[in-house]
Ligand binder design. Structure first.
Ligand code: ZN
Length: 89
């Protein structure tokens, strides 16, 4: 009986990780979305100011999902350098 429980738990974890991995790969490949990984430096889509190297999240979304607020013009953008509305996400 304990074996069955362990197998169910491990199976659930495995499927969860698989799903998460799929999301990360998908968003990384298409270079948008919350889950991908962007190794490239980004810059402000509005004025071209490079994002700060040491990222200081201005809100909860930036903390969770990356992105920055432009120091020059105040434009908020995500980790792909795409503009983000003030109330998005
Ligand atoms: Zn800017």
């Amino acid at each position: 009986m304990a074996m069955v429980v362990v197998m169910v738990v491990v199976g659930t974890l495995f499927l969860g990780l698989l799903g998460l991995g799929t999301l990360v790969v998908r968003d990384t490949v298409r270079r948008r979305g919350k889950w991908g990984v962007n190794p490239r430096p980004i810059e402000c889509p509005n004025c071209g100011e490079p994002a700060p190297v040491v990222r200081k999240p201005a809100n909860r979304r930036q903390m969770l999902w990356g992105g920055a607020t432009c120091a020059e013009c105040g434009q908020e953008y995500d980790k792909w350098g795409d503009p983000v509305g003030a109330d998005a996400g």
